[in-house]
Design a protein around this ligand. Sequence first.
Ligand code: PLP
Length: 435
Amino acid sequence: MNSPVRAFNAVGGTPRFIRSAAGAWLTDVDGNEYVDLICSWGPMLLGHAHPEVIAAVQDAVTRGTSYGTPTVPEVELAEEIVSRTPIEKVRFVSSGTEATMSAIRLARGFTGRDLVIKFAGCYHGHVDSLLAAAGSGLATLRDTTEVDTHSVSSTPGVPQGFVDQTLVLPYNHPEAIRAAFAEHGDRIACVITEAAPGNMGIVPPGQFEGRSFNALLSELCRESGALFISDEVMTGFRASKQGQWGLDGALEGWRPDLVTFGKVMGGGFPAAAFGGRADVMSRLSPEGPVYQAGTLSGNPVATTAGLATLRLATDDVYAHITAAGETIKAAAADALTAAGVPHRIQSTGTMFSVFFRDGEVRDFEDANAQSLPSYTAFFHAMLDAGVYLPPSAYETWFLSSAHDDRAVQTVLDALPGAARAAATADTGQTTKGMR
Ligand SMILES: *Cc1c(COP(=O)(O)O)cnc(C)c1O
C-alpha cells in the first residue's frame, strides 16, 4: 500500500489490485469489474484511458519524457489554468502536498509572519505543519472555540516547534476565526482551507451574514495583512469548470491571494500547481527570494495530459457529471430511507458525499458523529455488487463524464441491497477521529 487511503483498514477486508481501467470501469487482477466511484480520488474527470488524453500522452512520450528546461506545454497549461481561475501567475509542482507546502512557505516569506491557521477535518496533503493539531503554545485560544482542537489526529515525526506554528479551528465557525484574528492577528501569515472541504465528506462553506465562509476568511485576511490560501487540489476543475471559486468567489466578487491545484489538472499524472496574486507570486525564486524548485516540475508528459484533460473538460462534461450525480444521490436517499438508515447527502457543485447520520454536517465534529458499522456493511455490499466506493465514510464519491447509463444503472441496482445491509449492521458505536 503506497498511500493509506487505499487500505481497507476502516472497512476491513482486502483492497482489490487493479490491473486496468477504461471509462467508468476498473478491472482487478482476478478479472472482476467494478464501477469506479473513486476515480483515483478525483483526477479522472473524463474517466479512465480517455482516447484523446492517451493519444496526446503517447505523442508527448515519443519526444522524450523530461528535459529540465522550459517547455511549451507548461506555458499552455498555465494559460488554460489562469483563464479559468482567479490567479494571475502559476507555478507547477508534482503533487498537491508540494503545492500547499510551497504556498505556505511563500505566504510566510511574503508576510514575514509564521502562524498558519487551518481547519479541523481539512486535509492539505502530508505537509508537516498541516498535519499538526494546535499545540500548547496556542492553548489559550481553545477556550474560545467550541471544538477541542486536539480532535485532529497528529502524527509522530512532526517537531513540536512546527505544531506550535499551526492553529487548528473548527470549520464554519465565524466566532472562532474572529477570536483567532483578535488574539494573534499580527502574527498570522495565512489561513489555508479546502475551498469546500471534501476530505471529511463534503462540507460546503456556510452562509454568514449574506456571504460565504470563504468570503469571510478572505475579508479577515485582508484586514489583518494575512494571505488567504484556497486549497482547490480536490475541487479545482471538478466542483465546477472554475472549481469551488466558480460557485462562490466568482459570484461574490472576491479572489483568494493564493490557490493550490492538483488532481484533475494532472489528468492522471503527477502534476499540481499553486498560483495567485502577481505581487505575491513574484516573491518566488528566481524573481524573488523565496526558494522553491523541482526536477520534474512542469514535466512535459504530465502537463500534456493535464492540458488535454482541461481542454476536454467543457460545460457538457460538468453537466453530465452533475446529472449522473443527481440520479445517484436520489437513488441513494431513496434506498437508505426505505431501509431506515440515518443518512445525510451533501454537495458542492458536481461533488457529493453520503454521511451515515441524520442532520446537517457543518464541521469535523459533526462528520465524526456518523455510524462506521453502517458504512462498512454498505461499502462491502456495494463492492460485492460491482461498485468500488472509497473505503472510508469520510470521502467524496467521484464520478466522471464516462459514467454512462450502464455504469449508473449498476450503481442504482446495487443501492437497495447495500442499504438493507447497512440497516442490519450493529450501529451501536460511532466513529471517532478517522484522520
Ligand atoms: C489530495 C489533496 C491534497 C494532497 O494532494 P497530493 O497530490 O495527494 O499530495 C491536498 N489538498 C487537498 C484538498 C486534497 O484533496
